[in-house]
Design a protein around this ligand. Structure first.
Ligand SMILES: CC(C)(COP(=O)(O)OP(=O)(O)OC[C@H]1O[C@@H](n2cnc3c(N)ncnc32)[C@H](O)[C@@H]1OP(=O)(O)O)[C@@H](O)C(=O)NCCC(=O)NCCS
Length: 172
Protein backbone atom coordinates (compact mmCIF):
# COMPACT_ATOMS: atom_id res chain seq x y z
CA UNK A 1 0.00 0.00 0.00
CA UNK A 2 1.26 3.49 -0.83
CA UNK A 3 0.41 6.40 1.47
CA UNK A 4 0.55 9.78 -0.22
CA UNK A 5 1.26 12.93 1.77
CA UNK A 6 1.69 16.51 0.64
CA UNK A 7 5.49 16.31 0.21
CA UNK A 8 6.36 12.66 0.82
CA UNK A 9 4.99 9.20 0.26
CA UNK A 10 5.32 5.98 2.22
CA UNK A 11 5.71 2.84 0.12
CA UNK A 12 6.54 -0.72 1.14
CA UNK A 13 10.22 -1.12 2.05
CA UNK A 14 12.12 -3.64 -0.05
CA UNK A 15 15.53 -5.29 0.04
CA UNK A 16 16.56 -2.95 -2.78
CA UNK A 17 16.52 -0.18 -0.15
CA UNK A 18 19.19 -1.93 1.92
CA UNK A 19 22.15 -0.03 0.41
CA UNK A 20 20.64 3.34 1.30
CA UNK A 21 19.70 2.23 4.81
CA UNK A 22 23.25 0.88 5.32
CA UNK A 23 24.77 4.17 4.13
CA UNK A 24 22.62 6.18 6.55
CA UNK A 25 23.86 4.10 9.46
CA UNK A 26 27.48 5.08 8.69
CA UNK A 27 26.60 8.56 9.99
CA UNK A 28 27.53 8.81 13.70
CA UNK A 29 24.77 11.25 14.61
CA UNK A 30 22.12 9.18 12.84
CA UNK A 31 23.31 6.06 14.66
CA UNK A 32 23.29 7.88 17.99
CA UNK A 33 19.60 8.64 17.51
CA UNK A 34 18.63 5.32 15.92
CA UNK A 35 20.65 2.80 17.91
CA UNK A 36 22.44 -0.18 16.37
CA UNK A 37 21.86 -0.75 12.64
CA UNK A 38 20.89 -4.39 13.13
CA UNK A 39 17.40 -3.50 14.30
CA UNK A 40 16.47 -2.05 10.91
CA UNK A 41 18.78 -3.95 8.57
CA UNK A 42 17.93 -7.40 9.97
CA UNK A 43 14.21 -6.59 10.00
CA UNK A 44 14.33 -5.35 6.40
CA UNK A 45 15.95 -8.59 5.25
CA UNK A 46 13.71 -10.88 7.34
CA UNK A 47 10.53 -8.95 8.05
CA UNK A 48 8.92 -10.06 11.35
CA UNK A 49 5.24 -10.94 11.12
CA UNK A 50 4.30 -8.21 13.61
CA UNK A 51 5.73 -5.34 11.54
CA UNK A 52 4.73 -3.16 8.59
CA UNK A 53 7.75 -1.54 6.97
CA UNK A 54 7.60 1.59 4.84
CA UNK A 55 10.34 3.45 3.03
CA UNK A 56 9.90 7.19 2.64
CA UNK A 57 10.26 8.97 -0.67
CA UNK A 58 9.94 12.56 -1.80
CA UNK A 59 7.49 13.15 -4.61
CA UNK A 60 10.36 12.92 -7.14
CA UNK A 61 10.96 9.32 -5.85
CA UNK A 62 14.16 10.21 -3.97
CA UNK A 63 14.50 7.74 -1.09
CA UNK A 64 15.05 9.70 2.15
CA UNK A 65 14.13 7.44 5.07
CA UNK A 66 11.92 4.79 6.58
CA UNK A 67 9.29 4.12 9.18
CA UNK A 68 8.67 0.66 10.61
CA UNK A 69 5.48 -0.02 12.53
CA UNK A 70 6.49 -2.68 15.05
CA UNK A 71 5.07 -4.83 17.86
CA UNK A 72 1.63 -4.93 16.28
CA UNK A 73 -0.59 -6.65 18.84
CA UNK A 74 -4.03 -7.21 17.41
CA UNK A 75 -5.51 -8.57 20.66
CA UNK A 76 -4.79 -5.30 22.42
CA UNK A 77 -4.94 -3.19 19.23
CA UNK A 78 -1.64 -1.52 20.02
CA UNK A 79 1.62 -0.99 18.18
CA UNK A 80 4.75 1.12 18.14
CA UNK A 81 6.33 3.41 15.60
CA UNK A 82 9.47 1.44 16.36
CA UNK A 83 11.86 2.89 13.80
CA UNK A 84 11.36 6.40 12.47
CA UNK A 85 14.18 7.78 10.35
CA UNK A 86 15.04 10.39 7.80
CA UNK A 87 18.47 9.25 6.64
CA UNK A 88 19.20 12.13 4.26
CA UNK A 89 20.32 14.94 6.54
CA UNK A 90 19.43 17.72 4.12
CA UNK A 91 15.83 16.58 4.65
CA UNK A 92 15.81 17.18 8.42
CA UNK A 93 13.83 20.12 9.83
CA UNK A 94 11.58 20.56 6.81
CA UNK A 95 8.47 19.15 8.40
CA UNK A 96 8.84 15.81 6.62
CA UNK A 97 9.16 13.90 9.90
CA UNK A 98 5.85 15.29 11.12
CA UNK A 99 4.22 14.31 7.83
CA UNK A 100 5.68 10.79 7.99
CA UNK A 101 4.45 10.25 11.55
CA UNK A 102 0.95 11.55 10.80
CA UNK A 103 0.63 9.34 7.70
CA UNK A 104 1.81 6.30 9.66
CA UNK A 105 -0.61 7.02 12.51
CA UNK A 106 -3.46 7.36 10.05
CA UNK A 107 -2.50 3.96 8.59
CA UNK A 108 -2.28 2.39 12.06
CA UNK A 109 -5.75 3.55 13.08
CA UNK A 110 -7.61 3.25 9.78
CA UNK A 111 -5.99 0.23 8.13
CA UNK A 112 -4.59 -1.78 11.05
CA UNK A 113 -7.52 -0.93 13.35
CA UNK A 114 -5.22 -0.03 16.22
CA UNK A 115 -6.53 1.60 19.37
CA UNK A 116 -3.30 3.02 20.76
CA UNK A 117 0.06 3.81 19.14
CA UNK A 118 3.23 4.87 20.87
CA UNK A 119 6.73 6.02 20.01
CA UNK A 120 9.80 6.47 22.17
CA UNK A 121 12.91 8.59 21.97
CA UNK A 122 15.85 9.55 24.16
CA UNK A 123 15.80 12.98 25.78
CA UNK A 124 18.91 14.08 23.87
CA UNK A 125 17.07 13.76 20.55
CA UNK A 126 15.63 17.28 20.58
CA UNK A 127 14.43 17.14 16.99
CA UNK A 128 12.40 13.99 17.63
CA UNK A 129 11.05 15.41 20.91
CA UNK A 130 9.75 18.50 19.11
CA UNK A 131 8.34 16.47 16.25
CA UNK A 132 6.56 13.87 18.42
CA UNK A 133 5.59 16.38 21.10
CA UNK A 134 3.57 18.35 18.57
CA UNK A 135 1.61 15.25 17.46
CA UNK A 136 1.13 12.95 20.48
CA UNK A 137 -1.10 14.35 23.22
CA UNK A 138 0.43 12.29 26.04
CA UNK A 139 3.97 11.69 27.12
CA UNK A 140 5.74 10.15 30.07
CA UNK A 141 9.33 9.87 31.15
CA UNK A 142 11.23 6.66 31.84
CA UNK A 143 14.10 7.77 33.98
CA UNK A 144 17.72 7.01 33.16
CA UNK A 145 16.82 4.49 30.45
CA UNK A 146 19.47 5.03 27.77
CA UNK A 147 23.28 4.90 28.08
CA UNK A 148 24.97 7.34 25.67
CA UNK A 149 28.02 9.61 25.80
CA UNK A 150 29.10 8.20 29.17
CA UNK A 151 25.87 8.83 31.08
CA UNK A 152 22.26 7.72 31.42
CA UNK A 153 19.49 9.72 29.75
CA UNK A 154 15.76 9.59 30.21
CA UNK A 155 13.55 8.08 27.54
CA UNK A 156 10.36 9.90 26.60
CA UNK A 157 7.35 7.73 25.71
CA UNK A 158 4.60 9.34 23.63
CA UNK A 159 1.18 7.83 22.97
CA UNK A 160 -2.09 8.61 21.23
CA UNK A 161 -5.43 6.78 21.08
CA UNK A 162 -7.67 6.40 18.04
CA UNK A 163 -10.21 8.85 19.51
CA UNK A 164 -7.56 11.47 20.20
CA UNK A 165 -6.08 11.13 16.73
CA UNK A 166 -9.51 11.35 15.08
CA UNK A 167 -10.32 14.43 17.14
CA UNK A 168 -7.00 15.99 16.13
CA UNK A 169 -6.09 16.49 19.76
CA UNK A 170 -2.86 18.35 20.37
CA UNK A 171 -0.69 18.31 23.48
CA UNK A 172 -1.95 20.73 26.12
C1 LIG B 1 13.45 12.85 14.18
C2 LIG B 1 13.00 13.13 12.74
C3 LIG B 1 12.11 12.00 12.27
C4 LIG B 1 12.18 14.42 12.77
O1 LIG B 1 11.85 14.73 11.44
P1 LIG B 1 12.11 16.21 10.86
O2 LIG B 1 11.53 16.27 9.52
O3 LIG B 1 13.55 16.52 10.99
O4 LIG B 1 11.29 17.04 11.90
P2 LIG B 1 10.22 18.18 11.63
O5 LIG B 1 10.79 19.19 10.69
O6 LIG B 1 8.92 17.55 11.27
O7 LIG B 1 10.12 18.78 13.13
C5 LIG B 1 11.30 18.97 13.85
C6 LIG B 1 11.06 20.00 14.96
O8 LIG B 1 12.19 20.04 15.82
C7 LIG B 1 12.73 21.34 15.83
N1 LIG B 1 14.17 21.17 16.06
C8 LIG B 1 15.09 20.81 15.17
N2 LIG B 1 16.30 20.75 15.76
C9 LIG B 1 16.11 21.08 17.07
C10 LIG B 1 16.97 21.22 18.20
N3 LIG B 1 18.30 20.98 18.11
N4 LIG B 1 16.43 21.57 19.38
C11 LIG B 1 15.11 21.79 19.49
N5 LIG B 1 14.25 21.68 18.45
C12 LIG B 1 14.75 21.33 17.26
C13 LIG B 1 12.34 21.95 14.51
O9 LIG B 1 12.36 23.38 14.55
C14 LIG B 1 10.91 21.41 14.39
O10 LIG B 1 10.07 22.07 15.29
P3 LIG B 1 8.88 22.98 14.78
O11 LIG B 1 8.01 22.09 13.95
O12 LIG B 1 8.24 23.40 16.04
O13 LIG B 1 9.53 24.07 14.00
C15 LIG B 1 14.21 13.29 11.78
O14 LIG B 1 14.91 14.47 12.11
C16 LIG B 1 15.15 12.12 11.82
O15 LIG B 1 14.85 11.09 11.27
N6 LIG B 1 16.31 12.28 12.46
C17 LIG B 1 17.36 11.25 12.47
C18 LIG B 1 16.92 9.92 13.07
C19 LIG B 1 16.09 10.09 14.31
O16 LIG B 1 16.41 10.86 15.21
N7 LIG B 1 15.00 9.31 14.39
C20 LIG B 1 14.10 9.30 15.50
C21 LIG B 1 14.51 8.27 16.48
S1 LIG B 1 13.34 8.14 17.81
Amino acid sequence: MILEGEHIRLRPATRDDLAAYTRWYTDDEFRKYMGPPGDALDALQSPPSDQVQFSVELKDSRLIGFIFITDIRTAHRQCELGLVAIGERDCWDKGYGSEIVRLALSFCFRELNMHQVHVETAEFNERALRCYGAIFPHEQRHRQWVWEDGRFWDEIYFDVTEEEFAAGERPS
